[in-house]
Design a protein around this ligand. Sequence first.
Ligand code: NAD
Length: 526
Amino acid sequence: MTPSPRTQPRPQRPLALDEATVRRMSARVVASGPAQERMTPLTGETIGALPTSTPDDVVTAYERARAAQQEWAQRDVRERVEFLTRLHDLVLDRQDELLDLIQIESGKARIQAFEEVLDTAGVCRHYAKKAPSYLAERKALGALPVLTQARTHYLPKGVVGIVAPWNYPLSMSITDALPALAAGNAVVLRPDEKSSFTCLRAVELCDEAGLPEGLLQVVLGDGPNVGGAVLEHADSVMFTGSTKTGRIVARDAGERLKSASLELGGKNAMYIADDADLTRAAECAQRAVFASAGQLCISIERLVVHEKIADEFLRRFLERVTAMKIGVALDWGYDMGSLISADQLERVTQHVDDAVAKGATVLAGGKARPDIGPYCYEPTVLDGVADGMLCRDEETFGPVVSVYRVSNDDEAVALANDTDFGLNASVWTKDVARGRAIAARIRTGTVNVNEGYAAAYASNGAPMGGMKASGLGRRHGAEGITKYTDIQNVSVQRLQGFGVPKGVSQRQFARALSTGLRVMKKAGLS
Ligand code: NAD
């Protein structure tokens, strides 16, 4: 049974950006290299050309960023976050324009582009409010109570180099730069070539929101050369992309002894326990598997279903999947859009064809849909995926999910953990205590109980990121901003120091200090 989803018409209006916009955006890039044409996956047509940056341009971008950062770092954090409050409103006010750009560059459905607007506004709001307390000077108990006054300070690293991926053109391009700037750094940002126009529009909105000139530099060009140069000159590295590239970035940062935050791939599982609300679980599974056509690092690629409810859950899930509206129109009302490129289409096709050739069964989808858009692929559900099939262990990063049946929670946890990755997981049960207990046994950076990915990701006060091969470091929350700082301990010693006082023997001194330590323990001082 491979029912086809409903198809939808192509965009009704030209997708190319007007010349004045392209010229204005090009001027915001530090680039002296040749212009490179960009294409929309919605139709395959050219949308405009942007210049490329040379290695010298990257050096220039760092020089400008370093010059601007000196003064910025001196400002009070409350002043530095003011632009975030204004950016929050601008992103919401200009959302139609942003949604068009995101759709044009990524091919995703408008409702999924809207997630990026929500995310960006949420990050602005969160750090505008919380950065001052996250970065506040903290008192710590001194070595000698009363006599030692210890304080912790968060100093900006300097210039943060960011290499962003293509899958969330707005969110992934700009939201990691915002806490870096709020912490007193400047940023050199290299968005992916497939998402540069959206990134540049977001950068223009930062300018409009009052971010001082020079602090946010943009360079454009390929990953290994221009991306590599951005990371090479950075005082702190922020990379989002595949685990394979992440290992290269980590190795290079290690050699230079620079901090690196790496948000990498996932092979995320959703467990539907026998007491789950199946209506909600089926609705959520459809969203969490097929969001941005599965090109989301935290999307679900493995459905682990308790055997007692497996048939009923699958009936409801497949009913939803086969009714999905796929389309490439710049309009609301579609459940899924296109993949971003021919490479992505090839990868997805290879994973599905490989599984089928080795004995997996297609429960829904399983075909490319060039009749809808050049890189469209049907939402696909596979059963019988086993060891040796590419999609069993590798990240597909497309609209493809495999179904596994288990007979208890232990088997579900073992299967969820049976992967090199550790990014996100989801657990469905009406018993929240059971959900929390299962979550505690799953080795992923986020676990959503009774949601797929949105609950954890959109909780900006709580950090998100990967365990195992899914990365190092966290975005969001206190960890998402303090990672862009060097923590300094300033301890002031008054009166008696740590030397042996005159007239006291070393033995007496050691005895007195040992007594002091016992008293501190008794007093509960830490
Ligand atoms: P990729 O690693 O090939 O590329 C990611 C980005 O890095 C691209 O912009 C690329 O041009 C650039 N790049 C490539 N080689 C580089 C190098 N040597 N130095 C510096 N930059 C380099 O990944 P991809 O396949 O294009 O993107 C999809 C992957 O990204 C998936 O694995 C996905 O899970 C992951 N991802 C993770 C998150 C997260 O938050 N964990 C978010 C989005 C995407």
